[in-house]
Design a protein around this ligand. Structure first.
Ligand code: ADP
Ligand code: ZN
Length: 719
């Protein structure tokens, strides 16, 4: 029989079936050279080999076979993204010890007693357990996460600071009760929920765009669809863009259904991953809340996939298998006959166009829940302001902030830039400090007391002398980052309580959560924040949002620059006035006449999307045309460029389907992590079967050692 393994081979392997045979989709362990690897029975053998000579399957694993639906999904997703099937299988088996027998094992939780003496190692153990809320850890996981030996953990158990328990592996999750905490919905919410419920009852595939302004109750509405899905005995998946949102969300699910759902993301412990994977396959979990890779779990009976904040760019995985989880959710649902809900206040143009074309059903929630109204939008024309050097808060914005503080309300100053300053310049020689491995400037992070490369994460201490001319004391920070804005605010508003929220300022998710809760409780007058604050958090006292640089996202040649700016500005503005108090959003801009800025100010959403759609249609770019990015990288720039040129010479397979090739050109960031990068861009009409042509095109070449080639279908970013 033919077995698919997760090893990097581009073919199925033939093995002799175990005695008694085995089912299609069965998980097996097979010998491969000297090793034993995980595989899935993918089909009958091809009978090309002498049966006496082929090796036997080592072991049939005790997990439910992969369903045909998932096999088809992996196959089609692999074809769409031009990813070898073996790599797709790896995505679908990201849980350790799949074949291990269910047995008892020891797990550890927080105990009732504080330890007698709190050493640093002990504190780390307790911190890890606190960070994960109520979760229990195995000895191996706990010692690895806390970086301590098992004797530290045993010491804590002896003192009663930890509890040791016997636990069977892989317990089913507590059942969610669809009738538990249902809320009375408003008429508009109820109508939307009823339509989603009707779709589920009708059965079969269908996608709905749930388009509602921030705070309109989209979550309340789609949780009703989840409830119906659970009542029907099917499984539901809610995809969220960011781990930071998860805790808040889990509490909300618990309030609605009386129990917590399963979680699936990079922060979940290995034991818990294995449990979620198994329970998805065995039907021991009703609702999974997760990041994009939760789409590849082996659900027994998937009935609903919700993609919350469907426009969020983090749904696009840019490394390894390059895929967009939103699109893959639609694909998976269409194969297994599930419903999809795409929820957003600012949908992507792709989704908007699909709804306009009638491919997706569209539900609109036009008003916020309760008394809260959308903020009023104003521009501050920065051409008319005279700000001293290295200052970014204009007089009108300063006045508005003062007024809010006086009224006992909160103001948010938004800048989408982490760190202290984007550029560190030597005033003696003009040198700008760059990363050694990337074509990127190092960003000063004063909080961390280091320079950080935002491309590769490399850090180094802030030097005293210029690395180029060695003159001391002349390095200057140029431009604003969120930390520097915090400094300016502290100087301008000396009596205000200021809280800065940026992802790298918090050692743990728990600390960040605590800070967010403190802000929500009113323990800050001014919040300074990056993109992190644009998402989902609810600050009831917040009535003013000041955007320091509304033009920032419009720079650059990105196809989606306008769309992103429009979405981000609306999301940020949406933070203001969520409770009973009306809000104002002020946008500092040097180009108030720019069509995107005007659309944001005017709130003319439909007009904006129509104009944007027309522009893209004219240019023949997605979603009205097809695009693929080719990224070639190598330690040696010439090797990358040579391969690009060879591709550009041998375009036969692409020309035959009428596609055009642009490039090769150095990528905008021409070097990342020491690898030189060259890009090509392929464009084609919407109806063209681009993937087979691309496969034939790149298949003509052999990659020299050390040269890598990645294909990005429907590219989102062009770095
Ligand atoms: P969205 O997902 O559209 O941003 P949410 O579902 O988070 O909106 O709702 C915004 C706020 O209003 C939340 O605090 C939510 O609990 C509250 N809310 C929305 N609808 C209702 C309702 N029908 N009853 C009670 N509270 C509601
Ligand atoms: Zn770097």
């Amino acid at each position: 029989m033919a077995v698919l393994t997760a090893e990097p081979l581009d073919r199925l392997l033939d093995y002799r079936a175990p005695e008694g045979g085995c089912m299609l989709g069965a998980f097996v362990q097979v010998p491969l050279g000297p090793r034993r690897v995980l595989g899935v029975v993918w089909g009958p053998g091809e009978g090309r080999f002498d049966p006496a000579k082929i090796r036997a399957v080592h072991k049939l694993l005790d997990v439910p076979p992969m369903r045909e639906e998932l096999q088809e999904f992996l196959t089609r997703a692999g074809e769409y993204t031009l990813t070898p099937l073996s790599q797709m299988l790896r995505l679908a088996t990201r849980a350790p010890g799949l074949g291990d027998p269910p047995a008892m094992r020891k797990i550890y939780r927080l105990g009732a007693q504080p330890p007698a003496r709190l050493t640093e190692a002990r504190a780390r153990v307790l911190q890890v357990l606190q960070d994960y809320g109520g979760l229990a850890f195995t000895m191996g996981e706990l010692s690895a996460s806390a970086g301590v030996t098992s004797s530290v953990i045993k010491g804590l158990v002896a003192q009663g600071a930890l509890r040791e328990e016997d636990s069977p592996r892989d317990l089913p999750f507590q059942r969610l009760d669809p009738g538990h905490g249902a809320r009375a919905l408003t008429a508009a919410q109820d109508e939307a929920a009823q339509l989603l419920v009707a779709g589920l009852r009708a059965g079969g595939y269908g996608t709905t765009l749930l388009h509602g302004v921030t705070g309109s109750g989209k979550t309340e509405v789609y949780l009703e669809a989840v409830a119906e899905c659970l009542r029907m005995g099917r499984q539901a998946l809610v995809l969220l863009p960011e781990i930071a949102l998860t805790q808040e969300f889990l509490t909300r699910v618990e309030a609605r259904f009386g129990a917590r759902p399963a979680e699936w993301h990079s922060g979940v412990t290995l034991t818990e991953r294995r449990r979620v994977w198994r329970m998805a396959a065995e039907g021991g979990v009703g609702l999974v809340v997760g990041a994009r890779s939760a789409l590849f779990l082996p659900y027994q009976n998937l009935g609903l996939v919700v993609v919350d904040e469907e426009h969020d760019t983090s749904y696009k995985q840019e490394e390894g298998v390059i895929y967009n989880a939103r699109d893959m959710a639609v694909l998976r649902a269409s194969i297994c006959g599930a419903r999809v809900v795409l929820a957003s206040a600012t949908p992507s143009l792709e989704t908007w166009a699909n709804a306009e074309a009638g491919k997706y059903q569209k539900l609109v929630l036009a008003n916020r829940f309760g008394a809260s109204v959308l903020p009023q939008m104003q521009a501050i024309d920065m051409r008319a302001e005279t700000l001293p050097a290295q200052r970014w808060i204009s007089a009108p914005l300063q006045g508005a902030v003062n007024a809010r503080i006086a009224a006992g309300e909160q103001a948010l100053l938004f800048i989408n830039r982490r760190g202290y300053a984007p550029v560190t310049l030597c005033r003696a020689c003009g040198h700008q400090i760059g990363c050694d491995h990337c074509d990127a400037r190092m960003v000063e992070h004063r909080f961390l007391k280091r320079l950080v490369c935002h491309q590769c994460g490399e850090t180094k201490p802030m030097p005293d002398a210029c690395p180029a001319c060695h003159v001391e004391g002349r390095l200057a920070a140029v431009g604003p980052g969120v930390e520097r804005l915090g400094e300016e605010a502290a100087a301008l508003f000396p009596h205000a309580r200021i809280a800065t929220l940026s992802s790298d300022m918090f050692g743990s998710a728990r600390a960040l959560k605590a800070q967010i809760a403190a802000i929500a409780a009113g323990e800050a007058d001014i919040i300074i924040g990056t993109q992190l604050v644009a998402k989902g958090h609810n600050f009831p006292r917040l009535t003013l949002v000041g955007v320091i640089d509304a033009d920032l996202g419009l720079q650059g040649s990105d196809l989606r620059a306008a769309e992103r700016t429009f979405q981000l500005m609306r999301q940020v503005a949406g933070r203001a006035g969520r409770a009973e108090r009306a809000g104002v959003a002020m946008l500092q801009t040097y180009q108030p006449e720019h069509p995107v800025i005007r659309a944001i100010l005017g709130g003319d959403e439909q007009g904006f999307w129509q104009a944007e759609a027309a522009l893209r249609q004219q240019a023949g770019v997605p979603p009205y045309g097809r695009m693929a990015g080719i990224i070639i990288s190598a330690p040696n720039p010439q090797a990358a460029f040579d391969l690009g040129q060879e591709l550009a010479r041998r375009t036969g397979p692409l020309l035959r389907v009428g596609a055009q090739v642009f490039g090769p050109a150095p990528a905008p960031i021409a070097r990342i992590r020491g690898r030189h990068r060259v890009r090509l861009l392929v464009k084609a009409d919407r109806g063209v079967a681009l993937q087979p042509a691309l496969a034939a095109w790149v298949g003509q070449l052999r990659l020299p050692a050390q040269v890598r080639l990645a294909i990005d279908i429907d590219p989102q970013s062009f770095f």
